[in-house]
Design a protein around this ligand. Structure first.
Ligand SMILES: Nc1nc2c(c(=O)[nH]1)N[C@H]1C(S)=C(S)[C@@H](COP(=O)(O)OP(=O)(O)OC[C@H]3O[C@@H](n4cnc5c(N)ncnc54)[C@H](O)[C@@H]3O)O[C@H]1N2
Ligand code: MOO
Length: 423
């Protein structure tokens, strides 16, 4: 017996049981954003590699700035007119970023230094240039200010960010811009990541016309392929949109077999209900597919089937646009995320307060499309599964449990659709 009419949670359990992370492959850092690390990365060297300045200014010996405390302190000049005392230092050279100075800073001396430049030997602190008066090769630093400058002032110590050999990124990390920069800085040019799933998308139905073609009587624009491709790409897959095939058994079988041959996951839209022209399920069975489940107690998206054809996982999604969309979000997206090696495979869930009533769907969970307005879930005006407008500006899928409608003000669980910043 093929499992049929499953509770959505049971259907998801079947889906996830059929998916394991795809094997690792090496990718250049530039081609790894959004992919999931399949190895532990360690720093190949310390960062920073030397003591460096955090300001443009002067590399000094901190002891020179506390004349009362150090024997070798330089002279203190007193500006009687201004009533201030100042430390006087001699300029001896420069350390610029990328051009470390080999010359040591001795007692009573200072070297020009730029942000990110290595401290010259002998120097252990930096004075910002705004805090210094300079005339030719002499510098003066206000004594009260100088006294507050100790060793390490405006210095990033060698290894203070990372010591050589420490773990910087662990397996399962979905690589974002900052992670990739860290890997690069710590000595890596490529990384072992889980191969992203290859997804093929195929739409079925004699009534379909291509995007950009005005539909004739009884025809509709095939918008599901585009939608599924966008959803699959957002889930991290590499997608091929194979366009559409008509309701003719032989052509459909050939298209399904070809699509499955070179993909990890095949998404089929339409033709999965029980009408005389709903040919997808018989075609899959004729090709030798192993059924995993046939339908889900969900609205929209009930006649959703899941099977294995050779090594390819097949989601036969109902053709109504909202059914396709919801079926993908609830079942296909977690599958693609699991295959891609993500640890977090489901959309985040949150409790929401309804800004308007949300219909129930009898024995089925009703997946109500809603916008987030002032922190509340406002169900979109149309909840018809054939209505594309029910997907316009959709932020949340509110899960209304089987049973009666929920009134405005009621609390419900929702899947949050907005992608958290993915860079
Ligand atoms: N006797 C029954 N009839 C139906 C049942 C049922 O249980 N018993 N279930 C209904 C439910 S629920 C759904 S959902 C639909 C699913 O039908 P199919 O998957 O067979 O989808 P189609 O009939 O091919 O198309 C439905 C609808 O969607 C439009 N469509 C199809 N493909 C696309 C596309 N690529 N882009 C945009 N729109 C598309 C199509 O024109 C139809 O209007 O079955 C019910 N029937
Ligand atoms: O499941 Mo269908 O998607 O209710 O219209």
């Amino acid at each position: 017996m093929i499992p049929d009419d499953l509770d959505p949670a049971d259907a998801l359990a079947h889906v996830l049981a059929a998916c394991a992370p795809l094997p690792g492959e090496r990718r250049a850092l530039h081609a790894a954003r959004g992919l999931v690390l399949a190895e532990t990365l360690r720093a190949r060297w310390a960062m920073p590699g030397a003591d460096v300045s955090t300001m443009d200014g002067w590399a000094v010996r901190a002891a020179d700035l506390s004349p009362g405390k150090a024997d070798a302190a330089p002279p203190v000049a007193t500006d009687l007119s201004a009533g201030t005392a100042e430390v006087e230092l001699a300029v001896i050279g420069e350390s610029a970023a990328g051009h470390p100075s080999p010359a040591a800073v001795g007692p009573g001396q200072a070297a020009r230094i730029s942000t990110g430049a290595v401290l010259p030997p002998g120097a252990d602190a930096v004075v910002a240039q705004e805090d210094v008066k300079r005339h030719g090769e002499r510098l003066w630093i206000d004594l009260a200010r100088a006294g507050r400058i100790g060793p390490g002032h405006f210095v990033r110590r060698a290894g203070s960010d990372l010591a050589a050999g420490v773990e910087i990124l662990s397996p399962g990390t979905a690589l974002r811009a900052g992670d990739l920069a860290l890997a690069a800085g710590a000595g890596h040019a490529d990384v072992l990541v889980h191969r992203p799933p290859r997804v093929a998308v195929l739409c079925t139905g004699d009534e379909l016309v291509d995007i950009g073609c005005p539909p004739g009587h009884g025809q509709v624009v095939s918008s599901n392929g585009l939608m599924l491709a966008c959803q699959a790409e957002a889930a991290g897959a590499e997608v091929r949109d194979l366009g559409r095939v008509g309701d003719e058994p032989e052509a459909l079988r050939r298209a399904l077999a070809d699509a499955a041959a070179s993909s990890d996951v095949l998404l089929v839209s339409g033709g999965i209900s029980v009408g005389d022209h709903d040919l997808v399920w018989p075609a899959l069975l004729a090709l030798g597919a192993q059924p995993i489940f046939r339908r889900v107690r969900l609205r929209p998206g009930r006649p959703l089937a899941f099977a294995r054809l050779g090594d390819t996982l097949v989601f036969a999604l109902p053709g109504n646009p909202a059914s396709t969309y919801v079926g993908f979000e609830l079942f296909t997206r977690p599958a693609l995320r699991r295959l891609g090696g993500h640890l977090q495979v489901e959309r985040p869930r949150r409790r929401v307060i309804l800004a308007g009533p949300a219909e129930g769907a009898g024995k089925r969970t009703h997946c109500v499309r809603a916008r987030l307005v002032d922190g509340r879930a406002e169900p979109l005006p149309s909840q018809v599964s054939g209505a594309l407008t029910s997907l316009r500006a959709c932020d949340l899928l509110v899960l209304v449990p089987p049973g009666p409608a929920l009134p405005a003000g009621a609390e419900a669980e929702a899947l949050v659709l907005a992608d958290p910043g993915s860079t």
